[in-house]
Design a protein around this ligand. Structure first.
Ligand code: FMN
Length: 360
């Protein structure tokens, strides 16, 4: 199949990819208590680089070892000390050997952590973040980003999506009555402080990706931006703070956003709107080559059914995105790029929760 998706691209200041297919962040929960992404992870990422994935984003990787607020299950990788940095160094080298690029996703779980902390506390059990907590979180992101740069990674992705800490600042549920809650400008203030601090620490040339979404794990239908005008304020903020590429997390990458609002003459996907409003390169994700969304696999042990990825691949030609991320289908098919490029998409394997048992 001939698509721009399989052609090289130069992105941002310093990122040249051999094609536009991305493996998005997917937690695999296979680390031991030292939270070091071990040899099994190295082989897993290397296999995908060897089989022509242009950009690999690591599983959600924790930024904090000063307290446990960041941690999801404790079995994800972390990037907080020299031993973990060495492991990332090895992975980057292995991926580079095959012409791939590797970027860790930096993750703080917030209210979804084992020991939760919240933007706005809804119960006695969960502490509401104060300024001191915010400083710690910001510094933790900076610390991990610097370690990623020292490890030779090709950039960092800040996880600001899907209902974890930074995305919860963006939520309309964030009714804090200080300058970090309420209006859209207030809600985006802390995530942008994190981006600016990371940018200052890693310098102008090091690519920063930012993952953003409407939805969250606690509410798949959550809306953070009601309209294009609000989204524009967020896009301007990300750009001004120093983000190079925006990774737009949706369940179906081809679904149109802000439909039926009457004012828009154009129709776009969420990634398409963000690309247009920010002027930055964007990654689209969600439902490539599978009929069911990721929500189906979280709620069921059933298998996905395969579908032709053509309409998703064409989003690049249509100018809706620059890169296309393939999630579950790349866990189930390390050779996704090779199969699809040859026109053999019907030979793709389905995905089910069982696929996660092995790190292959
Ligand atoms: C097992 C699993 C783990 C995931 N972990 C993360 C994560 O750590 N960080 C993140 O931003 N998204 C995570 N996601 C979401 C994916 O990055 C992706 O956006 C989603 O699966 C939709 O793409 P798909 O339909 O191609 O699977 C995860 C998804 C799966 C299936």
């Amino acid at each position: 199949m001939t698509f721009q998706a399989f052609e090289p691209i130069q992105l941002g200041k310093n990122l040249k990819l051999k094609n536009r297919i991305v493996m998005p962040a997917m937690a695999r929960w296979k680390c031991k208590s030292d939270c070091v992404p071990h040899e099994g992870y190295l082989k897993y990422y290397k296999r995908r680089a060897k089989h022509n994935v242009g950009l690999i984003i690591s599983e959600g990787t924790h930024v904090d070892n000063t307290h446990s607020y960041a941690i999801h299950t404790g079995y994800e990788g972390r990037l907080t000390n020299e031993k973990q940095k060495k492991a990332f160094e090895g992975i980057v080298k292995a991926v580079h050997k095959y012409g791939g690029k590797f970027i860790p996703q930096l993750w703080h779980c917030g209210e979804n952590a084992t020991n939760p902390i919240s933007v706005v506390s809804s119960s006695q059990r969960i502490k509401q973040m104060d300024r001191n907590d915010m400083d710690q979180v910001r510094d933790a992101f900076v610390n991990s980003a610097v370690l990623a740069k020292e490890a030779g990674c090709d950039g960092v992705e800040i996880h600001g999506a899907n209902g974890y800490l930074l995305s919860n600042f963006m939520s309309k549920r964030n009714v804090r009555n200080d300058e970090y809650g309420g209006t859209i400008v207030n809600r985006m203030r802390f995530p942008l402080e994190v981006v600016r601090a990371v940018r200052q620490a890693v310098g102008e040339q090091f690519p920063i990706l930012y993952r953003t979404s409407q939805w969250s794990v606690s509410n798949y239908n959550e809306i953070k931006w009601d309209n294009v005008e609000e989204l524009k304020i967020w896009c301007d903020g990300l750009k001004e703070a120093g983000v190079d590429i925006i990774d737009v997390s949706t369940h179906k990458c081809y679904k149109l956003e802000f439909v039926g609002q009457g004012k828009q003459e154009e129709s776009h996907t969420l990634a398409g709107w963000i690309k247009k409003l920010s002027g930055l390169p964007v990654i689209a994700v969600g439902g490539v080559s599978y009929t069911q969304t990721v929500a189906y696999n979280w709620g069921s042990s059933g298998k996905t059914s395969i579908e032709n990825p053509e309409r998703c691949l064409k989003l690049i030609e249509k100018g809706e995105c620059d890169l296309l991320a393939v999630g579950r289908a790349l866990i189930a098919n390390y050779d996704w790029v090779d199969k699809v490029q040859r026109g053999d998409w019907e030979k793709l394997k389905p995905y089910s929760r069982k696929t996660l048992d092995e790190l292959f």
